[in-house]
Design a protein around this ligand. Structure first.
Ligand code: GLN
Length: 383
């Protein structure tokens, strides 16, 4: 019998699928995988329905609907004072994760190295390895998850082709400062290192913090692929819609890959999103919307035997330690909590290539207030 060759021999099923399936199986409240459980805007539902009824059901242009790219360029100009050419510098993609894979595939060749700061979203390393490149993993500073720039500098070699960054950060909720961006700019300037900036939580910045987009730093943007997600902005994770922004020379190469991966993405949603982007308050209200949810969740959690591991600065995730409950490895703890207490979470070790376990779990608070209340009520049995 021939053994099946594997490009990813050490990779199993993503933790998000594992935990969501386990939650279903045990009828648990799912605070694991990051997705909202409340309805999306009825206006957006009407717009997409109308787009289908109006006949927008065939292929959109490979690079994305011009109206949508134009609306995005306007939005980025307003938010980040950056002038982005909608024709040559934006491509609409089937989700942010897809855009990250496409960016890696655009840049990497076999034998290259790409720097990943851990804990990191679980697709980054497999994306690098699928391209025959090597992930150079650097830990973020425990316990605050800030960047150790000396370590980043020391890990750069002549093989380094890419660095992937993520702010607001999944799973830690850390937000990069202006100083972090300037350091990154300084370190990568005059090198052949490309930056992939995962900014999918750009609008979920809490306590008055600002999002330091790569787009605000022209010299950094000149060697960057910046990744966004409509799923996080309009609560539509199941639509799998996102986009990549990059300077024209980089985008030209990105599109060569994209055209043979998915070619394009669904048309009626692009029509609807282009129109809905004029509703600025939808995304400008997100910091207040999620700050209230985070505060409610922190409040509920304060009565329980979890220890908040640094208040989330951004994203819709909150880390907590369970050291007062038991000393299980985090994966076992997350499974036990799902099965025995009916609440699913994500073990943070899943974001470390070597399974480094700081005994932390990640809660997603992008949920209806009642869901958060019910989950904490169930967790009340732990007292
Ligand atoms: N980004 C989301 C999370 O971190 C979900 C990702 C996924 O399910 N692949 O939970």
């Amino acid at each position: 019998m021939k053994t099946m060759y594997s490009k990813l021999p050490n990779i199993g099923t993503t933790i998000f699928t594992v935990m969501s399936n386990l939650a279903k199986e045990h009828n648990a409240i799912n605070l694991s995988q990051g997705f909202p459980d409340y309805p999306i805007s009825p206006v957006l539902v009407d717009l997409v329905t109308k787009a289908m009824q109006d006949g927008y059901n065939q292929y959109a242009p490979m690079t994305g609907l011009p109206e949508l790219r134009n609306a995005l360029a306007t939005k980025m100009e307003k938010l980040y004072q950056s002038t982005i050419n909608p024709d040559s510098e934006i491509t609409i993609t089937p989700g942010g994760t897809y855009a990250i894979y496409t960016a890696f595939t655009t840049i990497l060749q076999a034998g290259d190295e790409a720097i990943v700061l851990e804990p990191a979203y679980d697709s980054y390393i497999p994306n690098i390895e699928t391209n025959g490149a090597k992930a150079i993993c650097i830990p973020l500073r425990y316990p605050d998850y800030s960047v150790d720039w000396e370590l980043v500098k020391a890990s750069i070699s002549h093989k380094t082709k890419a660095i992937i960054i993520n702010s607001p950060h999944n799973p830690t909720g850390y937000i990069w400062s202006k100083d972090d961006m300037l350091k990154l700019d300084e370190i990568t300037r005059d090198t052949s290192i490309y930056v992939i900036s995962d900014e999918v939580y750009e609008h979920i910045t809490l306590d008055g913090r600002a999002h330091e987009s790569v787009l605000k730093y022209p010299s950094l943007f000149a060697r960057s692929f910046v990744i966004y997600s409509f799923g996080k902005v309009f609560h539509t994770t199941g639509w799998k819609m996102g986009y990549c922004v990059a300077p024209a020379d980089l985008m030209k190469e990105f599109r060569k890959i994209h055209q043979f991966l998915s070619f394009t993405c669904n048309t009626p949603m692009q029509v609807a999103l282009a129109q809905f982007l004029t509703h600025e308050s939808e995304y400008l209200s997100l910091p207040a919307f999620f700050e209230r949810k985070r505060n409610l969740f922190l409040d509920l959690l304060s009565d329980l035997p979890f220890t908040i591991h640094q208040k989330a600065q951004g994203s819709y995730f909150q880390l907590a330690s369970y050291e007062k409950i038991n000393h299980m490895p985090d994966k076992d703890f997350a499974i036990w909590l799902t099965k025995e207490h009916g609440v699913a979470t994500i073990p943070v070790s899943a974001f470390n290539h070597d399974g480094k376990d700081d005994k932390l779990i990640r809660f997603c608070f992008a949920k209806q207030d009642e869901t958060l209340e019910l989950a904490c009520q169930r967790l009340g049995k732990l007292i």
